[in-house]
Design a protein around this ligand. Structure first.
Ligand code: SF4
Length: 349
């Protein structure tokens, strides 16, 4: 069904007339959970979240949500490079125990996998979801209910995976869920292929940014990510903006992540990911104490079999080399799992 901007604004106005904060609930919840509150809660309290939702939704009329800048009217059913409609298509929502340990905690990270993708890498490990668009189209209200359900079963955060092309829906859903009691941190789990202008809309909404930094070489980015040869420069600028907004990674007294930047970098065979340049850039352009997860789990998936350079897993030596570069450039806040894998590989060699 086609959604007009007028319909959307009408819905927003109705929503904004409802009392988002019941003072009694607010105080009771604050007492229960202590002083920490998510960024989106504070923004709503300042009366600014509804304006952000409206600003984001307007972009659907001439979609410029990502660097592909297709200019299609998604509210009229037009589709751009990502092939996504104006409503979110969701593959799954569940507690995830395979994310970084401070996101997983005891009860899991409340992960919502969005179908379709604006980057579309040939080695994508979620290709049935990202490339083939498998999933179910839902309303923003349904998405909000998923968030509430994940919080209710104890997840420590809401982790939106591949969010770029559905960012307006996520913002609208967060506002609806906030009214229903959402209070856990929001994690923006992105490929890093983001426009700064769009990230600025998220300023004050996201608690944690979890971007990939996939390559530092334009040729590799173009070859393996559907022509996105601008990826290295775009992702670096985007990550710097994320860092400006949320700063360095912080946890609560249980070790659960509550705010900050966490960068992921997947080591690829034959130095395709440009790891040395990546860690050098982090040390020089961000901070040596930036949280960095250097990941060893590259596997040959989807169309990667057709590219000899990436048609194998990485060797132990390649992973150890990557971790040595991190040490050489002085990174001090490496993900504990990557450190354990490094220690294990060292023992085996
Ligand atoms: S989000 Fe999709 S339609 Fe919009 S600019 Fe990006 S690829 Fe194009």
């Amino acid at each position: 069904m086609e959604i007009t901007r007028r319909d959307f604004i009408k819905r927003s106005v109705i929503l904004s007339c409802l009392p988002i904060f019941s003072p009694i609930t607010l105080h009771a919840k604050a007492k229960e959970r202590g002083p920490w509150l998510p960024a989106y809660y504070r923004l709503e309290k300042e009366g600014k979240l509804d304006l952000k939702v409206e600003e984001a939704y307007a972009i659907f009329e001439n979609c410029m949500l990502c660097p592909r800048q297709c200019g299609v009217n998604r509210l009229k059913g037009e589709k751009g490079f990502c092939r996504a409609p104006a409503r979110p298509v969701i593959f799954s929502s569940h507690p995830h125990f395979g994310e970084e340990i401070s996101l997983v905690g005891r009860n899991g990270s409340g992960t919502i996998f969005f179908s379709n993708c604006n980057l579309r890498c040939v080695f994508c490990q979620n290709w049935p979801i990202s490339h083939k668009g498998k999933g179910k189209e839902v309303k923003d209200e349904d998405l909000a209910n998923m968030m509430i359900r994940l919080q209710r079963i104890g997840c420590h955060n809401i982790n939106v995976v591949t969010p770029t092309h559905v960012m307006p829906n996520i913002l609208n859903a967060v506002r609806i869920a906030l009214k229903k009691g959402l209070r856990v941190p929001l994690v923006y789990n992105t490929s890093g292929y983001e426009r700064i202008e769009i990230l600025k809309i998220l300023d004050g909404i996201m608690d944690i940014y979890l971007p990939d930094m996939k390559y530092t070489d334009a040729g590799h980015a173009g070859k393996y990510s559907s022509g996105a040869s601008d990826y290295p420069g775009v992702a670096k600028q985007a990550i710097m903006e994320m860092n400006r907004q949320v700063g360095e990674y912080t946890t609560d007294n249980r070790g659960i992540a509550i705010r900050g930047l966490m960068i992921r970098h997947l080591v690829m065979p034959n130095r395709v990911a440009g790891t040395e340049e990546f860690v050098r850039w982090v040390a020089e352009s961000l901070s040596k104490s930036t949280y960095v997860n250097i990941m060893p789990q590259y596997r040959v998936e989807y169309m990667a079999f057709d590219y000899p350079e990436i048609a194998r897993g990485i060797t132990m030596q390649e992973f150890l080399e990557a971790m040595e570069w991190a040490k050489k450039y002085g990174l001090t806040n490496l993900d504990p799992h990557s450190v354990s894998v490094r220690n294990f590989y060292r023992q085996r060699l």
